[in-house]
Design a protein. Structure first.
Length: 456
């Protein structure tokens, strides 16, 4: 029986132990980059890039070649069959069949990598899906912290710039929280960390946002409402903060991002107020020991004067993308045994089909690949009922919840819904949507809350 391929869609697909083992493997590859050409001979990596890329695509292709494999590239997907209307699902089934042994995918739709993984017969690696996630860049960023600082737990890391649309920031924030690092968010005004990212940080890692006093960061944070995120007993930390918030005194790493103008959809970004790192910025005491990171490409957010500062590691950061991606390819292709247990698979039965309610995110793959995607959601809570899109992670908004076995709909707080099987739940934006799908209102309980005619 053929074993199902393993994919890298989200940073959650690797356990903390696996990530540490990947670092050790990357150290070996970095020490002798030309000495591992016997690892993947005869294997082919396919680069499917629906968006422009330089570092990610070339570093993956370099990594595969250094492992002794080959590369086929479709870096201009607008010139491929996609321009003729071919779906992503059909593309990966063909490319992942006779053409290649692994697919590296970049796509503008959020959740595209998860859809591709459902249809591909070979491993799919998410090289960025819209504003959602970029797990291999996150692994590269974590690896750089590992190399430069020797640890990740307890580090104070500043994330600055466009935190709303930067997929690298979202993946990085999840990973930093998992490793026990502290995060200071210094966003461009109007481009703060999205609510769905903050919700996930709160639900999975117990991280609560606390207002931060970032005056010690100097002009870098002069026009920003900074936020401090820590997994280390935030409810206790809040007792020691005054009206100005938690004071940022020391920074271990400063992670700058460019304005993600290709995803702004008409939103204006003021260059005058965008967080900018200049020579005078680096003179503040809080940044004395900080390494400066950037996923690149940069625009004007880091002055070129900073390039020669020994604290600036963004070019080293890009170079280290090759050994960490060599480790990722080796693992997913079954050619590198890390000696640790893989991450636990997502529990069965948490995906729930939706009736009249599509994902609220217009950039979600479920809104464009309707022939191949039935919108699905994962439960985030039962009291009250809350759900996230299984593809793009956005929280679903709904007024009524149906049970497909009884064909009744209830208010989200109805007690009986706690016992309804996840795959029997159906979400509706309003009463009209529920009744249009053939659902009827459940019987009313004495307190006026919809109780239903019994769970299933």
């Amino acid at each position: 029986m053929t074993q199902a391929p393993r994919h890298l869609v989200s940073i959650d697909d690797f356990s903390v132990e696996e990530i540490r083992a990947l670092f050790a493997a990357a150290d070996r590859f970095a020490a002798d980059p030309r000495g591992h050409a016997d690892l993947c001979p005869g294997m082919i990596s396919a680069s499917l890039f629906y968006e422009p890329s330089t570092r990610t695509r070339l570093s993956f292709e370099s990594a595969m070649l250094r492992l002794g494999g080959g590369v086929i590239t479709a870096a201009e997907m607008q010139q491929s069959s996609a321009s003729k209307g071919e779906s992503l699902a059909d593309t990966v089934r063909v490319v992942g069949g006779a053409y290649s042994d692994v697919i590296v995918l970049r796509h503008p739709s959020e959740g595209a990598a998860r859809l591709a993984a459902q249809y591909s017969p070979v491993p799919v690696i998410n090289a960025g899906d819209g504003a959602h996630e970029h797990p291999t860049q996150t692994l590269c960023d974590l690896y750089n912290l590992h190399v430069e600082r020797g640890r990740i737990e307890g580090l104070d890391v500043v994330l600055a710039g466009d935190l709303k649309y930067s997929r690298t920031v979202h993946s990085f924030a999840y990973a930093l929280a998992r490793f026990g690092a502290n995060i200071v968010c210094v966003p461009q005004a109007g481009f703060e960390m999205p609510d769905y990212v903050l919700s996930r940080l709160r639900e999975e890692f117990g991280v609560e946002p606390i207002r931060a006093d970032a005056r010690r960061l100097g002009n870098l944070a002069s026009d920003s409402d900074a936020v401090y995120l820590t997994p280390q007993k935030p409810h206790q930390l809040s007792l020691f903060t005054d009206a100005r918030g938690w004071e940022v005194e020391h920074v271990d790493a400063l992670y700058m991002t460019r304005p993600q103008t290709e995803r702004h959809a008409g939103a204006e970004v003021s260059g005058a107020s965008y967080p900018r790192l200049e020579k005078r910025s680096m003179a503040v005491e809080s940044l004395r020991d900080a390494v400066v990171m950037h996923p690149l490409p940069r625009r004007d957010e880091i002055d070129s004067e900073i390039d020669s500062d020994p604290r600036s590691i963004y070019f080293k950061q890009a170079a280290r993308g090759v050994p960490i991606r060599m480790a990722i390819l080796g693992l997913l292709l079954g050619r590198a045994d890390l000696g640790v247990e893989p991450a636990a698979q997502r529990p069965e039965g948490v995906a729930v089909r939706v009736g009249g309610n599509p994902c609220p995110n217009p950039a979600c793959i479920s809104r464009t690949e309707t022939r191949h995607v039935t919108p699905a959601f994962t439960l985030a809570g039962r009291a009250p009922l809350r759900a996230h899109c299984a593809y793009c992670s956005r929280e679903l908004t709904f007024e009524w919840v149906g049970c497909s076995s009884t064909r009744h709909y209830h208010a989200p707080g109805a007690g009986d819904l706690r016992r309804v099987r996840a795959d029997h739940l159906v979400f509706f934006a309003d009463r009209a949507a529920a009744e249009a799908c053939g659902f009827e209102p459940a019987a009313r309980s004495r307190d006026g809350v919809s109780a239903g005619s019994g769970p299933s």
